[in-house]
Design a protein around this ligand. Structure first.
Ligand SMILES: Cc1cc2nc3c(=O)[nH]c(=O)nc-3n(C[C@H](O)[C@H](O)[C@H](O)COP(=O)(O)OP(=O)(O)OC[C@H]3O[C@@H](n4cnc5c(N)ncnc54)[C@H](O)[C@@H]3O)c2cc1C
Length: 287
């Protein structure tokens, strides 16, 4: 049943400092509300337990995409539409653009944010595998100051993460080291559009001669959190592009991921598709 809207409160601070002060003053009482595309689904279904929200949508400190010679930095409020139209993201981070183009429909792409996607912490979210493969770092801010940490390691368990109630995710930063890499992004869902992933792979690698180097592999929907598959990367790194290598990498992947049966798919199907996608990435690299 739909929630009773007057039971909810939302406040709109005029600056990041005001938002952080409120989150700190009444810790755990207020939660951020960005694009609202995850939160509104829960509200409509009458399943939004938390009652007080800080509307961060208008905070200019959390917007914008900036690049220097070594990094590109995206504000947490960057939408999927912003991502798809940015020239540097298009040329150097195509997997993130691909993920954005397959996230929901146009309305969701105009309103949903990368920060919301990360903090909503769904293991089936589509941008996080690309962010993991691009070695993203995130910036987290509170009234105590700011810290930057690798995105890998931020999620500690299903819907668990290293974020205190008085903190906001403010920026996402990626190193510009993807030139000459092969990028591979594939989301497998029930339909081509408006479908939640059954399995999603973001992978990139460079070649030195006939050997694989700088390989990065991240999967969604195959574990309680989106995972960077370090052991599978190790099985591929410095190896030749032959059948033996991909066989061994698929065997390692089977041990590294832990897909489950749920309403959208089965563990068996997910494992099989994950190995097929890894093989397809490998064949793309070989081609
Ligand atoms: C029809 C539909 C289709 C969808 N399709 C997809 C899809 O294909 N792929 C996909 O990955 N997702 C999909 N989503 C989910 C959703 O759109 C994304 O997760 C989106 O990125 C969430 O961003 P938001 O700004 O709307 O988050 P919100 O709903 O505003 O917030 C989500 C959570 O993040 C927290 N939060 C938001 N911003 C911050 C911040 N800066 N710091 C700290 N906490 C924060 C909020 O408190 C809340 O807990 C879909 C949703 C709908 C309704």
């Amino acid at each position: 049943m739909r929630a009773f809207v007057p039971n909810y409160e939302i406040t709109t601070p005029s600056s990041l400092a005001d938002a952080l002060a409120l989150l700190n003053r009444e810790r755990g009482v207020w939660k951020p509300f960005a694009g609202g595309t995850d939160l509104m689904v829960l509200l409509e279904a009458g399943k939004l337990p938390h009652r007080n929200y800080v509307n961060i949508w208008g905070l200019k400190e959390l917007r914008g995409i900036e690049a220097n010679d070594t990094h590109i930095t995206l504000g947490a409020l960057t939408t999927y539409t912003d991502v798809q139209s940015h020239p540097i993201l298009q040329s150097e981070f195509p997997m993130l653009c691909h993920a954005a183009s397959e996230t929901g429909g146009l309305a969701i792409q105009n309103r949903g944010t990368l920060g919301g996607n990360i903090v909503n912490a769904s293991p089936a979210a589509d941008s996080p595998p690309a962010l993991l493969a691009y070695d993203a770092e995130i910036e987290i801010v509170s009234t105590d100051g700011s810290r930057r940490q690798p995105y890998q390691g931020f999620h500690t368990g299903y819907k668990q993460m290293l974020l205190a109630p008085n903190e906001l995710l403010t920026r996402i930063r990626m190193p510009r080291n993807t030139r000459n890499a092969t990028h591979y992004y594939r989301k497998v869902g029930t339909r081509k559009a408006q479908a939640i992933s059954k399995v999603c792979l973001a992978a990139l690698a460079k070649l030195e001669g006939d050997q694989i180097s700088d390989v990065r592999i991240a999967f969604g929907s195959v574990a309680p959190i989106v995972v960077r598959c370090v052991q599978t990367e190790n099985a591929l790194r410095a190896q030749k592009l032959d059948d033996e290598t991909i066989k061994s990498a698929c065997a390692t992947l089977s041990k590294e991921i832990s897909p489950i049966d749920d309403i959208r798919s089965t563990a068996d199907y997910r494992l099989r598709v994950a190995k097929n996608l890894l093989t397809d990435f490998f064949l793309t690299l070989r081609a």
